[in-house]
Design a protein around this ligand. Structure first.
Ligand code: ADP
Ligand SMILES: CCCC(=O)OP(=O)(O)O
Length: 361
């Protein structure tokens, strides 16, 4: 059956970049990545305060690329820190906007995805959607139990890209995603490592709030006792400590940059501290992958490395050398998120799927 043609605008705010894509059905018309340096984003008090800055950059980029907004059929944004929900495509509604603006499960650039998508769509009288937001929760009950009875482990990860890349690899392997066991590692501003078992992400580190490997701008798991002492030292407000974990952690904390390319340049010039810290980030990623080997009982069809850091050949090699005994390692640099966002919206527009409704209870 011939599909009707729709033009989709995809918006993907990440911690280090804003990505924009325009698609005619599944055909890419343009994809643009606007990189933001630490100083620029650091000048804003909060994520929500970046709204106008990111929206204007998006509209300017579209204008420079000659995209006529009135031709759009729908706008789709990367969804943010909502309440835990099932994967899929959701229509942006008031309840969602309220939770995104408040940062119900925390602050992350993806909170702006649904908000900006809605604002642009509303002006054009078309629908706005989000797809597989970072709070997609498919974790096994056993994985949710933490050793601190007051806290449950949470699923906050690069759901959109992990799922999209996993499906792509499954199709390359000639098997349904639902019949594979995969360890998917997304390495961007944050790093998340997920166990995909028969189509469900049964365990994954909370990539935002202090779990898993450190990343270009996040602390990952830290010594908890030291953190408690720091919190009660009287030297910091809560939001300052949170910033040390998210935004000023990882490479930023150690080296003052979230740019891995810059770190590689420093290493090439003989910077030994940069070399040790970069090695440690790869070491922690490999260690996390090892733990997911145990989650999957050693039955692993492939380990997939993806995200911006997967472009770094030496960084990837450092990880591969430690985990290649576990399974075949497949490298998929960058992300498939722009396409995955557009495809999510198209499934609804083509009537193949119904848009899910975000509800608060
Ligand atoms: N060619 C490259 N080699 C090494 N690292 C890279 C390369 N390109 C991008 N990166 C790094 O990838 C990280 C950003 O990844 P990305 O997935 O784009 O992040 P996000 O979507 O979270 O903003 C940055 O640290 C960036 O420096
Ligand atoms: C909140 C988990 C997703 C994430 O860390 O995304 P970025 O790497 O784009 O910041």
């Amino acid at each position: 059956m011939e599909h009707q043609e729709f033009r989709i605008l995809s918006i993907n705010p990440g911690s280090t970049s804003t990505k924009i894509g325009v698609f005619d059905n599944d055909k890419e018309v343009m994809i643009e990545t606007i990189r933001h340096d630490r100083e620029t984003l650091g000048a804003f008090d909060s994520i929500i305060a970046q709204y106008m800055f990111r929206k204007e950059m998006i509209l300017e980029t579209l204008d420079q690329s000659g995209i006529n907004l009135s031709k759009l059929s729908a706008v789709v944004g990367r969804g943010g820190l909502l309440r835990p929900i099932a994967g899929g495509t959701y229509r942006v509604n008031d309840a969602m906007l309220e939770d995104l603006r408040a940062g119900y499960s925390g602050q992350h650039a993806s909170n702006l995805g649904g908000i900006i998508a809605y604002e642009i769509a509303d002006q054009l009288n078309i629908e706005a959607y989000i797809v597989d937001p970072v709070v997609v929760d498919e974790m096994d009950p056993v994985a949710k139990v933490s050793g601190f009875a007051d806290f449950e482990r949470k699923s906050i990860f690069h759901a959109l890209n992990q799922k999209a890349v996993a499906r792509k690899v499954a199709s390359e392997l000639g098997k349904p995603y639902e019949q594979l066991n995969l360890i998917v590692v997304h390495m961007g501003g944050g790093i998340t490592v997920g166990s995909h078992k028969a189509g469900r992400v049964i365990d994954v580190n909370n990539g935002l709030h202090g779990e898993g490997p450190f990343s270009p701008e996040r602390a990952g798991t830290v010594p908890a006792g030291d953190l408690v002492s720091l919190c009660f030292s009287g030297e910091y407000y809560a939001d300052e400590v949170m910033k040390k974990m998210v935004g000023q952690g990882g490479l930023v904390g150690h080296l003052g940059t979230n740019d891995a390319v810059e770190v590689e340049n420093r290493i090439a010039k003989g910077d030994e501290k940069a070399e040790l810290v970069y090695e440690a980030m790869a070491y922690q990623v490999a260690k996390e992958i090892g733990s997911h080997g145990a989650v999957l009982g050693g039955e692993i069809d492939a380990i997939i490395l993806t995200g911006g850091l997967a472009y770094g050949k030496e960084f990837v090699q450092k990880i591969v050398s430690r985990v290649k005994w576990m399974s075949n390692v497949i490298i998929k640099p960058g992300e498939n998120e722009m396409q995955a966002l557009a495809e999510g919206a198209l499934r609804v527009l083509h009537g193949e799927e119904e848009a899910k409704i975000y509800k608060v209870n």
